[in-house]
Ligand binder design. Structure first.
Ligand code: ADP
Length: 630
């Protein structure tokens, strides 16, 4: 909806600060109030103190200037009575002649100019002016009837005549001092001195003093501000106004009241707010202090403007408010900082607590890990011992296996040794007979044959001894050499059980002990021969090939193969299908474990064309040579 079409109250609600921002400002409100209160208190105290100081100073000024007013009048007080001593004046009053008047006129003129008064004149008892100091002037008092003046009447009754009034001839304000002139105790005339007090006003103006003097009627007769002159300081009722108008004391002047805009008592004086001389300027506040004069019965009022005091009070109030705001701000900042510090302290303590907890946990874990480590080390030790025991057991087992093979072959070995032995015995017997006959040639031939037979038997026993001895674990074997040794060990068996042997093996170096490799090969060939024993056509393949860094030797026969139910048990210890003492069931287990220990393995395959194939894989030590058919 366009803004201008919104109803007034909704526009007003939008312009208002949101309740949330108001709530945020709420805590600052008491501080703001305190700042204002502090500023106001400082303003008030400073203002009061300033006014009091002004009042103290005013007291002295008041005394001083009131005395100055009094002094100005008293310097002329003696003048009228002085004329009583002047014989020419007395003579004139007794018998007035033109000559005497002229003499007195000249005398008064001289006296007036010397005393600094405005005018001096002498009146007869009827109130007519006989002689005057201003006899030369056009507006001279001479001949004038001033019997209506109060000062004349007072003087005629023997009282000192004192009167402030505006001259009826000149219209000029002045103060009249009158004295009844006596001759032989009787009043024969009145001497009057008119003085002007505007010198006092000029002096006030020069001293930048604001003051006024009000007479017994409450009319301001002297004022530093001309605008206030001839104003009534207190309300005049109609009778008073009529009386004053009739006396012509203030000529025809309208006697307005000096009405203050505000008025408030303060100590011995009062605080007045008066309009400024310039109507456009703001009203001015004054401290008004009044002191009554003794003679004449006037009142001197001193007006001390409060502008400076107020300005000072404002400045002090502002300073106090700013100082309070600053202190409040510092206190708040300090409090906030204290909160932040305590929060940080709490956070640090929490962190330290967390750290110590973590350290405790780490120590616990470390202890736990150390214990686990110790346990692991113990287990490793135990494993090593177990491995050692196992290896020893394996060695013993190898040895037992070898001995078992030898045991199995013992009959054929005995048979093999018996044949040459019988031949040796026969040849030896024949040789003895041929030697007795002297047939040395046949004897020598027999001895050669005996020698070769003994060599053959030596070779059989040497190979048996080599096979039977414990392995020295060199970790290196020549494959061709191992195949030769296995075939040689079994050659008598091969002779009794004829086999077509196909040998496709490389004489490569492999990573296994020589006798262990021979034992594996003997086991595999013996098992093949055992399996093929019942059949007439026996074939045995020894085929080798390189497979990267390994060498694979396959020993395959064309026997009946392994029955399916027996296949899973082939490598289990003591599994045998051979009857009686013929099988221990350790050959394959041992061979597989020897191959695994060397980093290789032994696996079985059941070719579809029949027979069984055992694949022996061993790590190659050097690069293989060229395969050579056997
Ligand atoms: P043993 O020869 O003492 O029986 P082995 O662990 O060497 O123990 O052989 C376990 C069994 O595996 C043999 O009894 C045999 O049944 C079977 N076997 C091993 N080699 C062959 C093979 N070439 N042909 C058929 N069966 C075999």
């Amino acid at each position: 909806m366009p803004r201008s079409f919104l109803p007034f109250w909704r526009r007003a609600a939008r312009a208002m600060p949101s309740p949330r921002s108001l709530r945020r400002l709420l805590p600052a409100l008491p501080i703001l109030l305190c700042v204002l209160a502090c500023g106001y208190a400082a303003y008030h105290l400073s203002n009061q103190a300033g006014i009091r100081a002004l009042a103290d100073n005013g007291e002295r000024q008041l005394e001083l200037h009131a005395r100055a007013v009094q002094g100005e009048i008293s310097t002329h007080t003696y003048l009228p009575s002085l004329l009583e001593l002047e014989a020419s004046v007395t003579r004139l009053l007794l018998i007035p002649t033109d000559y005497r008047r002229q003499r007195v006129n000249e005398y008064l003129e001289g006296l007036n100019s010397r005393s600094g008064s405005r005018a001096i004149y002498v009146m007869d008892t009827s109130g007519r002016v006989l002689a005057a100091s201003n006899w030369r002037d056009a507006d001279s008092f001479q001949g004038e009837d001033l019997s209506f003046r109060a000062y004349f009447q007072d003087a005629m009754q023997g009282r000192p005549g004192r009167f402030y009034g505006i001259g009826s001839t000149t219209g000029e304000a002045g103060y009249y001092l009158a004295h009844g002139l006596r001759n032989d105790g009787e009043i024969i005339g009145v001497a009057v001195v008119k003085i002007r007090l505007d010198t006092l006003e000029q002096r006030w103006e020069r001293a930048r003093l604001e003051a006024f003097v009000s007479d017994a009627n409450g009319i301001i007769i002297l004022s530093s501000d001309p605008a206030r002159r001839l104003k009534a300081v207190r309300p005049l009722d109609d009778d008073q106004r009529a009386r004053l108008a009739g006396s012509l004391q203030y000529h025809w002047t309208r006697l307005d009241e000096l009405t203050p805009l505000a008025r408030e008592p303060f100590g011995a004086g009062e605080l007045l707010t008066l309009p400024a001389a310039d109507a456009n300027a703001p009203p001015i506040r004054y401290l008004a202090q009044t002191l009554p004069l003794v003679d004449p019965p006037w009142e001197f009022t001193l007006l001390s403007p409060l502008q400076d005091v107020q300005r000072e009070a404002w400045r002090n109030g502002l300073l106090a408010a700013v100082a309070f705001a600053l202190v409040a701000f510092l206190l708040i900042a300090w409090n906030e900082r204290r909160k932040v510090v305590s929060t940080r302290l709490a956070a640090r303590e929490a962190l330290e607590e967390a750290n110590s907890q973590l350290e405790r946990k780490i120590a616990d874990r470390t202890a736990h890990l150390r214990a686990s480590n110790d346990l692991l080390r113990a287990q490793i030790r135990e494993r090593r011992q177990a491995e050692e025991t196992l290896r020893k057991a394996q060695d013993d087992l190898v040895q037992a296996g070898k001995l078992a093979v030898i045991g199995q072959m013992s009959t054929s070995i005995a048979h093999e040794l018996n044949q040459p032995l019988a031949a040796v015995r026969t040849l030896a017997g024949n040789s003895v007979r041929f030697l007795q006959r002297g047939n040395l040639e046949v004897t020598a031939s027999n001895l050669h044959t005996i020698n070769s037979l003994i060599d053959h038997m030596g070779r059989i026993t040497a190979s048996l001894r080599a096979f039977a001895r414990r392995s020295d674990d060199t970790g290196r074997a020549q494959l061709g050499k191992a195949v030769d040794a296995a075939i040689f060990l079994l050659h008598s068996r091969l002779e009794t059980t004829p086999v077509t042997l196909v040998r496709e093996v490389d004489d490569v170096p492999v990573g296994i002990d020589q006798t262990r490799l021979e034992q594996i090969l003997v086991n595999l060939i013996v098992n093949a021969l055992d399996a093929m024993a019942p059949q007439r056509d026996r074939r045995l393949w020894l085929h080798g090939e390189t497979d990267g860094k390994r060498y694979c030797l396959t020993v395959r026969d064309n026997g009946p193969g392994v029955p399916p139910e027996a296949r899973v048990h082939l490598f289990e210890p003591f599994f045998t299908t051979k009857p009686g003492e013929q099988g221990l069931g350790l050959g394959l287990t041992l061979s597989a474990s020897l191959a695994a220990a060397a980093g290789g393995n032994l696996a079985v395959q059941h070719p579809t064309e029949g027979g069984t194939a055992f694949v022996l894989t061993l790590p190659l030590l050097d690069l293989p040579g060229n395969p050579a058919d056997v």
